[in-house]
Design a protein around this ligand. Structure first.
Ligand code: 5GP
Ligand code: MN
Length: 344
């Protein structure tokens, strides 16, 4: 939920602002991109000059989002991104709460002189923003952002397009309204989106409806050749090397959902997906039940996120990372046992 007193600060900063930069995290998902574009539409309707910035390209499954082609990508156009960050009177941090989540864009963001405003739903926010709307129990940044826009008096600026952008973030961050983060408020916000002309079928189709043959083959390959299931530890791993990904003509977002294949194996309570990229190995962690993958990611892989869905990274080789994960199996199994033990 959004606290009215936080919005007083937001309004004060926005009143005096001309140039606004909207930033979100590396490997941006539908919540990151959808909220960036929806907020940009609202702010432009109030007469602001807005630039959306991302460290790298979104998943190709988000190509349908109106305005996605105008987002400045730091890895493609660092000069333009830097100019926008430094010119901004106000900078928004959406769907992340630590500047290291900006990856290569973090240094440029740290030297920005405008006021930072954060809207986020991850645990443990850093204190770089001047003001923030933060709720770790909220389903998505999109759900929070609706409260922000409504609280600032901007309900009428949310048209069917903005509604579809916000809905995309809510739908994907909740696993299509499956996760325990879904509340009655989540559904109230969706009702508001539907009243504004949301076509929810079209959004679901655009994101999950069809996929390229390359992506489908990459998933099949990963499951058949790269999945390791350890029933005695209730854990499964999947990894992909850079070579594997090149073989299937990898594009941004192709590996989305792979970690859930591992989690979906009968008896598995913790799943890890590890992917080799140029400068690091990026990991996704998922759990069902009380084992906190957020704590695990933070302790071992400099990461964070949510209790049942987290991420992390390592500069070690993929081979070393996988060996380290296998070595951690007893610790994971003990953690699952401890989390399941009756309390009190
Ligand atoms: P995903 O596995 O889908 O990339 O991320 C799962 C969750 O963990 C998301 O909420 C995401 O924001 C968070 N997350 C992913 N990678 C990192 C990371 O390197 N550091 C932190 N703090 N959070 C991450
Ligand atoms: Mn999110």
């Amino acid at each position: 939920m959004v606290d009215a007193s936080d919005l007083v600060e937001f309004q004060r900063h926005l009143d005096g602002a001309h140039h606004i930069a909207i930033t979100s995290h590396r490997s941006p998902d539908a919540d990151a991109v959808g909220t960036s574009l929806a907020l940009a539409r609202y702010l432009r309707a109030t007469g602001k000059e807005v630039t959306c910035l991302l460290p790298d390209a979104p998943d190709e499954a988000l190509d349908w989002m109106p305005g996605v082609e105008d987002i400045v990508l730091f890895d493609r156009d660092p000069g333009k991104a830097q100019d926008a960050l430094h010119r901004a009177d106000v900078l928004f941090a959406l769907d992340y709460n630590g500047l290291n989540r900006l990856g290569p864009m973090a240094d440029a963001a740290r030297t920005a002189t405008g006021a930072w405003l954060m809207v986020d739903h991850h645990m443990g926010p850093e204190d770089f923003p001047t003001a923030r709307v933060h709720d770790a129990r909220c389903s998505s940044t999109a759900e929070l952002l609706w409260g922000v826009i409504a609280g600032l008096g901007g309900k009428d600026a949310v048209d069917a397009t903005s509604a579809s952008l916000l809905y995309a973030g809510m739908m994907t961050d909740t696993g299509s309204f499956r996760f325990s983060s879904v509340s009655s408020e989540t559904h109230r916000v969706i009702a508001e989106m539907m009243d504004r002309g949301l076509d929810h079928t079209a959004v679901h189709e655009a994101i999950f409806g069809e996929q390229s043959m390359d992506r489908m083959k990459l998933h099949a390959f990963a499951v058949v050749e790269r999945m390791e299931v350890y029933p005695e530890f209730q854990t499964a791993f999947v990894h992909l090397t850079a070579e594997d990904m090149a073989r299937f003509h990898y594009r941004a977002g192709y590996t989305e959902g792979l970690v859930n294949r591992a989690l979906g194996v009968a008896g598995v309570k913790v799943a890890v997906f590890a992917k080799e990229s140029t400068d690091r190995v990026k990991m996704s962690f998922r759990s069902v039940g009380d084992f906190s993958v957020r704590d695990f990611a933070e302790q071992h892989f400099d990461g964070g996120g949510h209790h049942n869905a987290a991420g992390g990274a390592s500069t070690e080789s993929i081979g070393v990372v996988m060996a380290r994960l296998r070595g951690l199996l007893p610790e994971i199994a003990a953690g699952i046992q401890a989390a399941e033990a009756p309390k009190g």
